[in-house]
Design a protein around this ligand. Sequence first.
Ligand code: TMP
Length: 237
Amino acid sequence: MEKVAQMYEGKAKKVYSTENEDYCIISYKDDATAFNGEKKGTISGKGVVNNKMSNYIMELMEKEGIPTHFVEELNDREAVVRRVKIIPLEVIIRNIAAGSFSKRFGVPEGTQLLRPTLEFCYKDDALGDPMANEYHIVACGWATQEDLDTITEYTFKINDFLKDFFKKINVDLVDFKIEFGKTRDGKIILADEISPDTCRLWDSTTHEKLDKDRFRRDLGNVEGAYQEMMNRIFGDR
Ligand code: TMP
């Protein structure tokens, strides 16, 4: 499949149309932003890591019965995906307190939560992606209650799958953000990416951060963290 025209350029990816209107090609960039685009930078090699990691994880998820947009890896930075209309929600699961959860509730980073929590944010850069509950979402028409029920069921399944997946490579899944889309025939599927940009990943032994927080918080060795995740996932394959 080949790119026809660029449809959209986001902060970390470009999306192209193809000759088949049910498929797109996404191209992962090395560009990184944080704090709603206020902080900008480049993480050399990030696009390759995010493309390969996301594709591999989604392929495994499909085998677990979770429908995803992933179709085929084209090259180091590009993949064919099913075309969807993105549901304008950031769906976040937290297993361990960190980031905005710790700030909002005064719960120290690293506190094990008594059960995984689910959060929704309305995707709107101008508004700073405000948190929204199910009533807000249904009231504003961003998704129906039925959509939310499906998204919730898939998201907890994805959390169970990902926690196990990362545990095997000695990484704790602290939290993550995913997005869903709807295909032309109305099916909800996992879209966007699963990568160190969208997950908090801590080494289980040393608690070293192996994700984008190294960039957000100027912790250094940002590229090294992405490569470390790549090595742990693909090192023995
Ligand atoms: P938070 O603690 O800043 O709310 O982030 C929760 C999770 O969501 C964390 O794994 C990072 C991820 N995330 C994104 O993928 N995109 C974003 O724009 C933000 C703010 C967080």
